[in-house]
Design a protein around this ligand. Structure first.
Ligand SMILES: CC(C)(COP(=O)(O)OP(=O)(O)OC[C@H]1O[C@@H](n2cnc3c(N)ncnc32)[C@H](O)[C@@H]1OP(=O)(O)O)[C@@H](O)C(=O)NCCC(=O)NCCS
Length: 182
């Protein structure tokens, strides 16, 4: 079980703590999900009415980073360490060297560098765990996510229905924007 925490500040000075999610975070994950706007839910799940399923929750509190890992970010200035976002990878059954990624940042914290920070951490940890590629599916209109992925040299392939398949090769050296001590 991976046990670490990173304390840093976002671009605007917001102090943030990032660590792997644990089973006791169950209620905070649900309350963070409730705070996502319909637009953010649409960009993340391709549906404004998406709900977190028991399977989704189990993936987020998975305690084996060789299969899946979810990082949670909390605002250290808010009582109870208010949840700011989640980034996770999950090993693909059919391609064991590949993990699928997803990232969401609560609306009020978007655009402050948190998504990029969590993506860099996921890449570092996935590489250490032997993954060769992080992949995912992104809506073509998702400018913030696509910009973030270009920075880490993702490959893009357009699919039907306004979706893009992305692959981040982990064997190449990525020029990470931030060094966070992992
Ligand atoms: C995509 C997302 C995770 C990015 O997180 P974030 O904390 O807002 O991103 P950052 O602040 O690190 O910014 C990442 C890049 O996007 C740019 N950006 C941020 N918001 C943007 C916007 N609304 N439009 C265009 N670009 C934007 C930033 O300038 C930055 O680019 P740069 O590194 O070249 O300066 C976040 O916006 C989000 O949760 N969106 C909804 C869910 C989603 O789309 N998930 C991805 C699919 S799994």
């Amino acid at each position: 079980m991976l046990d670490f925490q990173v304390q840093t500040t976002l671009d605007d000075g917001t102090p943030v703590l990032i660590r792997p999610l644990r089973p006791e975070d169950h209620d905070d994950i649900l309350s963070g999900f409730q705070r996502l706007s319909p637009h953010t839910r649409y960009l993340r799940y391709s549906s404004v009415s998406a709900k977190l399923t028991p399977d989704d929750l189990n993936t987020l509190i998975c305690q084996d980073e060789t299969k899946c890992l979810a990082l949670g970010a909390a605002d250290l200035r808010r009582p109870g360490h208010y949840g700011m976002g989640v980034a996770r990878y999950m090993r693909c059954d059919e391609e064991p060297n590949t993990a699928e990624i997803a990232i969401v940042v609560v609306d009020e914290y978007q655009g402050r560098g948190l998504g990029s920070l969590m993506l860099d951490l996921l890449i570092t940890i996935a590489r250490k765990n032997g993954f060769h590629t992080l992949s995912g599916y992104v809506l073509a209109e998702n400018r913030a996510m696509i910009r973030m992925l270009k920075r880490v040299h993702a490959h893009f392939r357009s699919l039907d229905g306004g979706m893009i398949r992305i692959d981040i090769p982990l064997l190449e050296s990525s020029q990470l924007k931030k060094v966070v001590g992992l």
